[in-house]
Design a binder for this molecule. Structure first.
Ligand SMILES: [Zn+2]
Length: 364
């Protein structure tokens, strides 16, 4: 709450607090024409090796099989995977006592996802959930080696606004410890579970910077999320924090149409919107708009909750309803990702951050 006051005061006074660009004045006017390098020799550094300070330059490693990254010729978009175990989350939600055991499908989902990224010659940012990584260490270890950026999705998938700043910092540290141990990388990017940094929990930006993160990818100006921070709107931009540190913010793609905002950055939206509308919206979503998919949305087989024999009927019905909802997104996600890749350049968040922050923090 204190952060909100600081930001409001900053807007009014023009000094102090977190400073963000005004909506409609993206700081990156020229980046659409900026020559992003999509090869394995990209100057970007999606993550850095253990022992280096976050933000230090490092090669991202080899590109996926096929060499160059995606270049659909259109505007550049940022591609991310919120890497989590759907079965863990749904079992916890319905109260299963053994919810933390590894889900039965993440391995299959990851294989399908990586095969699709290879097919499309894409590198992506994997925002990895700590508890999923611990349950599936073998899946995590290979991601960085394939040239993908390693980011952080927190540890327990708890809403940021439900935590205190200290609890949030502890969650970040737990996730990073797991991620660093399994990948040898220190993630510099973060995405909040369910985009849950709100106006009353925007102290999270200070915590992220204090914990060494260089950018946040949680801003999502969708009407379904209440209490959005002001920073959720607009193009990627630096947040100038009261500590003097800078945290870059990369919003999820939202098409601000005449009649209101249309979220189009995630596979759950692709399930219900005509593909032509999604593609048209992405053309107009603004610079470096963010896309996100989950491994379960690329599952070649239907999602089945598999709660175990002791689950009550209410829990079974709830889990089944969630499976039906997710299966509709799962059916369309691969084709939509192919269509988007044909039309747009898709790069990891870290590549964009490296170029923008390397340009001095503003391109306006
Ligand atoms: Zn998530």
């Amino acid at each position: 709450m204190a952060q909100v006051r600081r930001r409001d005061e900053a807007r009014e006074s023009g000094e102090g607090g977190i400073r963000t660009p005004e909506r409609g004045q993206p700081p990156l006017r020229d980046f659409q024409s900026r020559p992003f390098n999509h090869s394995g020799t990209s100057p970007g550094r999606p993550s850095v090796a253990v022992g280096k300070r976050p933000g230090q330059s490092e090669s991202t490693g080899p590109a996926p099989k096929g060499g160059k990254g995606s270049d659909g010729g259109g505007p550049t978009l940022l591609l991310s995977i919120d890497f989590e175990d759907w079965h863990q989350l749904v079992r916890r939600r319905v109260g299963c006592s053994d919810w933390e055991r590894p889900g039965p499908a993440l391995s299959r989902q990851t294989d399908a996802l990586l095969a699709l990224l290879d097919e499309l010659k894409l590198r992506a940012t994997f925002f990895i959930l700590g508890m999923a990584a611990r349950a599936h260490p073998g899946l995590i270890e290979g991601l960085a080696a394939r040239g993908h950026e390693i980011g952080c999705h927190g540890d327990r998938h708890l809403p940021v606004h439900s935590q205190s700043p200290g609890e949030f910092a502890s969650d970040l540290r737990a996730a990073r410890a797991t991620i660093e141990q399994l990948t040898g990388r220190v993630p510099i990017g973060y995405r909040a579970p369910a985009f849950s940094i709100t106006g009353t929990s925007d102290w999270a930006y200070d915590v992220l910077a204090a914990e060494g993160f260089a950018y946040d990818a949680s801003a999502h100006d969708t009407p379904s999320l209440r209490d959005r921070p002001q920073a959720a709107k607009g193009a990627p931009h630096p947040l100038e924090l009261p500590t003097g540190q800078t945290l870059w913010e990369f919003p999820v793609a939202v098409w601000h149409a005449r009649l209101g905002g249309v979220p189009i950055g995630g596979a759950s939206y692709w399930a219900v919107l005509p593909s032509t509308l999604v593609l048209r919206g992405l053309e107009r979503a603004g610079p470096l708009a963010g896309l996100y998919v989950h491994p379960h949305e690329l599952d070649p087989q239907p999602l089945r909750p598999q709660l175990g024999g002791g689950a009550q009927l209410k829990a079974r019905l709830h889990a089944s309803a969630r499976a039906v909802q997710r299966n509709s997104a799962r059916r369309r996600a691969p084709a939509m990702l192919r269509a988007i890749a044909r039309r747009f350049r898709l790069i990891p968040y870290g590549d964009a951050h490296a170029q923008l922050s390397g340009a001095g923090g503003t391109a306006a």
